[in-house]
Design a binder for this molecule. Sequence first.
Ligand code: ADP
Ligand code: ASP
Ligand code: MG
Length: 437
Amino acid sequence: MKVLKFGGTSVGSAERIRHVAGLIRSRGRNIVVLSAMAGTTNTLVDIADYLSKGNVPGAQETLNNLNLKYLNVIDELFESETSRLRAKAVISERFSYIRALIDGDYSAADGREILAQGELMSTAMMDIYLNENGVRSVLLPALEYMRTDANGEPDMKYVATRLRRMLDLNRDADVFLTQGYICLNAVGEVDNLKRGGSDYSASIIGAVVDADEVEIWTDIDGMHNNDPRFVDNTSPVGELNFEEAAELAYFGAKILHPNCVLPAKLANIPVRLLNTLDPKAAGTVIYHMPPDGRIKAVAAKDNITAIKIKSGRMLLAYGFLHKVFETFEKYQTSIDMMATSEVGVSVTIDDESHLAALVDELKNFGTVTVDRDMTIVCVVGDLEWHNRGHAAQAVAALRDIPVRMISYGGSNYNVSMLIRKEDKIEALNRLSEALFS
Ligand code: ADP
Ligand code: ASP
Ligand code: MG
């Protein structure tokens, strides 16, 4: 059994849903994870935002427009009036649910309930469509098995027990359908695995059912060697090991959710990235690939803040770094990149929620400088240090761009460089020219 995950664009219109239904049928008895239709989660986020600002009419108008869109999709998608009525009933139940939340006293928990509706709607429509076409699909409600613990991590034992029981109870199913992204949290409220989290759902599910493979179906033919949104003529990378894929996802390759690699890696399940628009394309396979000495791809992560703590007293001062890191721990802020010297340390963070307090406290240990709106560009591949020249090639490609920090040697898989956000596109293009042309 495999896990097949289809992203938002893959189910973004009646035509795309029909096409994906064909792919699902042709691939046999698998677990299919769906995202919300493209644009839906963004719209639901807008609605929650309006409500958090007390703008009820804004929320209502946005919801009404979304509702019309779904009614149009239903009209276009289904052949029979029975299916159409079934779909309209389910979708109208979801919209009524959101309307009731809009009319009530808004809370953050309501916001998360609103965000969860997109995946509930896409899976319901696909289920009805597959049924209309003679497929015995069984819906596995994610909120009945997907759950995170007090640390926000998936509760793998809970997920395994619940999900395996549900599969056992439905032995005559042709295919299983479930929602990506949504879950319950440790206190039993509706929650989610963060934006783009359907990939993570698929990998968690793959791990607990010991799937043969996790297939991530999206709108591009695999992981490209650079970000296709900013660089022309990028090309797909045929294979990656789990570590390389994790670095790329973490450092900004949007095709994969940053947490998606880990569950598959721990369970040793290959992850294949495939293109719904071109199903025959080879895509990318991620597995325990042996080292090949090659640079694979470049990615970039924006909204990075660099913090430098300079201390005249750092010379021979053991305990300095400990105090610095303890401060980041206290403010639950994780560090992405780091560079040290005799007189100071520079680190980067991507979460500014506690920046003011953090900086205030770090001033006890030295002089603090903050640079905001920075970008990490990250060159990923088999960069084991005996493989000569890779670091030099990456750094040389940025010779005309101001580089604030460089980090190499933390893993065997990346060289990261911190630059100004406005230099990102040029940096990515130069890296492509230097490394892949
Ligand atoms: P889905 O909705 O299917 O989850 P996403 O939009 O999350 O799809 O991810 C696919 C998109 O990721 C692509 O359309 C592409 O623009 C973007 N992307 C960014 N970096 C890469 C990369 N290195 N390789 C492929 N796609 C990338
Ligand atoms: N629908 C969610 C989002 O847009 C989850 C996903 O697409 O993976 O973030
Ligand atoms: Mg995605």
